[in-house]
Design a protein around this ligand. Structure first.
Ligand code: NAD
Length: 281
């Protein structure tokens, strides 16, 4: 079984990006800039933002975090986004989710210029992705896609099953694999026989949020299994896939932690650089 080492693949990607930033700086006399807006003091968001900032600095991007207290008015945030939209030194804007209840998430997402939407959540980017046009692609599925391609460069005709249909994971993941000519099934909480669907799959991407949902007898021999789940349990952090048993049947599997997580952050940097390049065209 191939253990898909997300940490290592992400480090390689960051090194490629670092070199690319050097080239862009020489060519355009400026470097891509990422601005992250962080509202409130939720511990996981603080950690994610710190990791994103550190990774951005490591590849030589300009990065900035704008922090607001939990009670900040929605208008203050939207005004700031509009200001950043106009700032030519900012290539990418990310508003760390989740947001406090009084702030309309969709309004925030739609205020970010699609060309600076490094999360790929703006409806324009969602539409472009599903139409097969150039777009920002949500970081987590993009990271999963790059790992799958490392294992199997030719995905044409493969059967892929997404577990979970979120806008963040399942849906964009399905679009990426459809573009690769996979036959894609998106399953969700109302799917009748999830095990039977999974048993058909050459590729399984689990993004559910249920600890160790996917068992060994759900997985076809030699399937590629990508575990997006991050679940806190008594035994620590586990994924949506029962790692020990599935590792005995799968061809390749991502660990949790150390699989999808590091790739998500590296892909945020990739998206920032892509936004910069498109803005220079
Ligand atoms: P979500 O809650 O938005 O979506 C979960 C999906 O799972 C839904 O579409 C739901 O229909 C489906 N589902 C629920 N129960 C099911 C069942 N019994 N059978 C089949 N499908 C079922 O979650 P999300 O935001 O997509 O995140 C999913 C998981 O991925 C979470 O554990 C989250 O923490 C993790 N995550 C990890 C990363 C990363 O970088 N590694 C990034 C984002 C999310």
């Amino acid at each position: 079984m191939i253990l898909i080492d997300g940490k290592k693949i992400a480090a390689e990607l960051r090194e490629e990006l670092r070199q690319e930033v050097v080239g862009l700086k020489a060519k355009h006399s400026k470097i891509p800039g990422l601005t992250v807006i962080l509202i409130g003091d939720m511990a996981p968001s603080q950690i994610y933002v710190r990791m994103k900032e550190k990774a951005a600095n490591e590849v030589g991007l300009k990065s900035e975090v704008i922090r607001y207290p939990e009670a900040v008015e929605e208008k203050t945030v939207l005004d700031k986004i509009n200001e950043l939209n106009k700032d030519e030194n900012i290539s990418g804007i990310l508003v760390q989710l989740p947001l406090p209840k009084h702030i309309d998430k969709q309004k925030v997402i739609e205020t970010i210029l699609p060309g600076k939407d490094v999360d790929g959540f703006h409806p324009m980017n969602v539409g472009n992705l599903s139409s097969g046009y150039e777009s920002s692609v949500p970081c987590t599925p993009l990271g999963c896609y790059l790992m799958i391609k490392k294992i199997e460069p030719n995905l044409s005709g493969k059967k892929a099953v997404m577990i979970g249909r979120s806008n963040l994971n399942g849906k964009p993941m399905a679009q990426l694999l459809l573009k690769e000519n996979c036959t894609v099934t998106i399953t969700h909480s109302k799917t009748k026989d999830l095990k039977a669907e999974c048993l058909e799959a050459d590729i399984i991407v689990a993004a559910v949020g249920i600890p160790e949902l996917v068992k060994a007898d759900w997985v076809k021999k030699d399937a590629i299994v990508i575990d997006v789940g991050i679940n806190k349990t008594e035994n620590g952090i586990v994924g949506d896939v029962a790692f020990d048993e599935v590792s005995k049947v799968a061809r390749a599997l991502t660990p949790v932690p150390g699989g999808v997580g590091p790739m998500t952050i590296a892909c945020l940097l990739k998206n920032t650089i892509e936004c910069f390049k498109r803005s220079q065209k």
